[in-house]
Design a protein around this ligand. Structure first.
Ligand SMILES: NC(=O)c1ccc[n+]([C@@H]2O[C@H](COP(=O)([O-])OP(=O)(O)OC[C@H]3O[C@@H](n4cnc5c(N)ncnc54)[C@H](OP(=O)(O)O)[C@@H]3O)[C@@H](O)[C@H]2O)c1
Length: 296
């Protein structure tokens, strides 16, 4: 039988999302005593349920992977975005403080405006361009207000995984059904495999990292670069059978309800230093994730 006595009891919220799913997988492999609750088991906007669940499970670490992530829809329903991304996070922070748990909260590159032209450091001034980014920034603010130095906020970007909906899976679907694809080339960021992010979080848990840090895979790409790489890797793995013309377009040619930062690469140097662990290049992670899809 496994001895869990020296391991902290961990609660993961939003456990059926991309990150939540990878956290659960990783935590089980590491043999942590883990409670992984999806939205139906714990809705973080329900303050009473949050307090009751945390009082009964008594976790020493809470990892919040729950979020309202519909970036464009948030422009039409800001109250729903804030209900989850600010108020729900405040519920978790208050309950964490009350039971003495350490809170790990995930935020986004969309808290930045994208005009810096160089990788954003954790203490660069945030200036979100849309409701989603603003609601996530509001979540960061409540975590710092309530938890002070008893919490870790990790900002990440362009997350994908084999589980859930994301750019990689959308591209694979469209590449298998269209004759041509137009993809935005003037937004630059860092594609990030949720598995590597989950690994970063478990490492941070091991050394009780606190404060605000950044984690994405290494390197930078436009959505167009990312799509080209997805097609090349998918063709070589047999996930696609024919090459499709990909056309680079501007953001202006593909208008969306929410404005997105044109450059949102995050500076990860402090995280790499603290964790003594460097992220893989995004292309290497992509190859591994697609390899997993090919062998599923
Ligand atoms: N995806 C990205 O590109 C990206 C980029 C930067 C930062 N992030 C951040 O990374 C974190 C993880 O994102 P992800 O990609 O894993 O998102 P995701 O796949 O959309 O997962 C979010 C999960 O949260 C759940 N959820 C929503 N409202 C909830 C509530 N009130 N109570 C409990 N659970 C709730 C969702 O459940 P339902 O499916 O039932 O709604 C979903 O399972 C989030 O904080 C996100 O803001 C993501």
């Amino acid at each position: 039988m496994t001895d869990h006595s020296s391991r902290p009891v961990v609660l993961v919220t939003g456990a059926n999302g991309q990150l939540g799913w990878e956290l659960r997988r990783h935590g089980q492999q590491l043999n942590y005593p883990l409670h992984a609750l999806g939205r139906s088991a714990l809705d973080i906007t329900d303050a009473k349920a949050v307090h009751a669940t945390i009082d009964s499970l008594r976790p020493s670490v809470i990892i919040n992977a729950a979020a309202y992530t519909a970036v464009d829809r948030a422009e039409e329903e800001p109250e729903r975005a804030y209900a989850v991304n600010r108020n729900g996070v405040a519920n978790l922070a208050r309950a964490s403080l009350r039971c003495g748990a350490w809170l790990v909260h995930i935020s986004t590159d969309f808290v930045f405006d994208g005009y810096k032209g160089a990788p954003y450091k954790p203490d660069d001034a945030p200036r979100p361009q849309g409701v989603y980014g603003a609601s996530k920034l509001a979540g960061e603010v409540v975590v710092r207000e309530i938890m002070a130095d008893k919490a870790l906020i990790i900002r990440t970007a362009w997350v994908y995984s084999a589980h859930g909906n994301n750019f990689v899976k959308t591209m694979l679907r469209l590449m298998g059904s269209r004759d041509e694809l137009r993809v935005v080339e003037d937004q630059i960021g860092s594609p990030t495999w949720a598995r590597g992010l989950a690994d970063c979080i478990w490492r941070a848990l091991g050394c009780r990292l606190a404060g605000t840090y950044h984690w994405t895979d290494a390197g930078a790409a436009s959505w167009y670069d990312f799509a080209v790489a997805i097609q090349e890797e998918a063709l070589s793995l047999g996930l696609l059978s024919k090459r499709l013309p990909l056309k680079p377009i501007t953001t202006g040619e593909y208008p969306t309800p929410a404005r997105r930062p044109s450059y949102s690469v995050l500076d990860k140097s402090a995280t790499w230093r603290e964790l003594k662990h460097v992220a893989p290049h995004w292309r290497e992670s992509l190859r591994q994730m697609l390899g997993e899809l090919a062998h599923a």
